[in-house]
Design a protein around this ligand. Structure first.
Ligand code: FAD
Length: 378
């Protein structure tokens, strides 16, 4: 008899899981994907929206397009989870599952006074920034990371480097100061010290000021960001909010106190039977006690592992796919025609990561990957 596989979330992990399942499972099974939004958003391109290089239509796709691939799309808000009854509560009512894949990403929460900042991590925020930056002719721009862990390990660095390129192109760079505030003890803390130092050198050459091991605490009307330690004044604040695990599951048996979903690091299985979680919603810790980075590449690979193992399970075969915590070929844009290749081995002992010197190939790899992604899965 056909089974129902429910996928919560139509971001990176959910879209990959649904597509792979649709390809490898016999047609008798039902695959349903739930998201509150009708559109999938390719988050990695938000920094390009911020500097006016992308329009929303270029980085979004309707999740309804998945229906042509035998994936049912349900636009609904996920509100709760009952693992004993194998049901999910939504604003459209309860939905039951035989297997569940949680891919709800991370929730964002602003620090006190956050409304005075702009959010480069949302489409609306990136569009507001586009307008604000086009009017900005002089002053101090401060990008702060509120806390660890946050999604898109390389994104804060990409954002400040693109801001530098943007104001250089407009001939205003000498009048604009750019600062980055992060609680990371060194830049790109998942990278090895040598590669972290390479990034610091790139930022220094571009006259971007860095404040590491610094916690942003609150923003006040006098355009001052209180830090621990000290404070910093600015004219425009870009704030990467606190990240938390998905609220509907926060008090369920699969979540830790911050709401991150506890999973087996290799199979992504949770403590509840037939329930798996992938991507930013998971809380996986590496051997040195740090969170493994929340990046799209990991969400993608984890979703492949879960989908392929589920197909084996439905065929009464032993699961054999494992997530190994490594990714290479990712790219961080460092300007309008350069980028740096990034690789991560999060399960190595010690965990490590590397960053290439800026080059054109990395820039074009990222641009082509965006196109590939939005056509491959939709
Ligand atoms: C600005 C930025 C730049 C980035 N750059 C890169 C990069 O260059 N390379 C890289 O590898 N990664 C990058 N990332 C990180 C990457 O985008 C994420 O790691 C990845 O999207 C995580 O996938 P996910 O499926 O876990 O969650 P998401 O992609 O966030 O998807 C979660 C989905 O769940 C839905 N949802 C959430 N809660 C509910 C609910 N209660 N009810 C219904 N639906 C709900 C959301 O609408 C969303 O569609 C970047 C992230 C940002 C923000």
């Amino acid at each position: 008899m056909g089974k129902t596989i429910l996928i919560l979330g139509g971001g990176t992990g959910g879209v990959v899981a649904a597509n792979v399942l649709a390809k490898v499972l016999p047609k008798e099974h039902r695959i349903a994907l739930i998201d509150r939004n009708e559109n999938h958003l390719f988050l990695a391109s938000l920094p390009l929206v911020m500097i006016g290089k992308r329009k929303p239509s270029q980085i979004t796709r309707s999740l309804r397009k998945l229906e042509s691939r035998n994936i049912q799309f349900i636009q609904a808000e996920v509100e709760g989870f009952n693992p004993h009854e194998k049901t999910i509560q939504t604003d459209l009512g309860a939905l039951s599952y035989d297997s569940l894949v949680i891919a709800l990403g991370a929730e964002q929460q602003g620090l006190p006074g956050y409304s005075l900042a702009m959010n480069p991590y949302s489409l609306q925020g990136a569009l507001q920034l586009q307008t604000e930056l086009s009017r900005f002719r002089q002053g101090h721009i401060v990008l702060f990371v509120s806390s660890l862990p946050f999604t898109g390990a390389i994104a804060p660095y990409e954002i400040v480097l693109l801001l530098d390129a943007y104001f250089r192109q407009r001939g205003l760079r000498k009048k604009v100061q750019i600062s980055l505030v992060t609680p990371e003890d060194r830049l790109l803390s998942m990278a090895s010290p040598r590669h972290s130092a390479r990034l610091a050198e790139i930022l220094t050459k571009r006259q971007i000021r860095m404040h590491t091991s610094t916690e942003a605490q609150s923003l006040s009307q006098d355009r001052s960001l209180t830090l621990h330690p000290g404070d910093i004044t600015g004219d425009l604040f870009l704030g990467i909010p606190h990240h938390l695990g998905p609220a509907p599951l926060r008090h369920s048996p699969v979540a830790d106190p911050q709401g991150w979903i506890k999973v087996d690091p290799h199979t992504l299985a949770t403590c509840c039977p037939d329930v798996y979680a992938v991507g930013d919603a998971t809380g996986i810790v590496s051997v040195n006690g740090a969170w493994i980075p929340k990046v799209g590449f990991f969400a993608h690979y984890q979703a492949e592992v879960v989908a392929r193992n589920l197909a084996l399970c439905y065929a009464n075969k032993e699961s054999r796919f494992r997530f190994v915590g490594s990714a290479s070929g990712a790219s961080m844009l460092s300007g309008y025609n350069r980028g740096c290749f990034v690789s991560i081995q999060a399960y190595a002992n010690p965990p490590t990561g590397s960053l290439s010197t800026p080059n054109r190939a990395a820039f074009w790899t990222k641009a082509l990957f965006e196109k590939y992604w939005l056509s491959r899965w939709f």
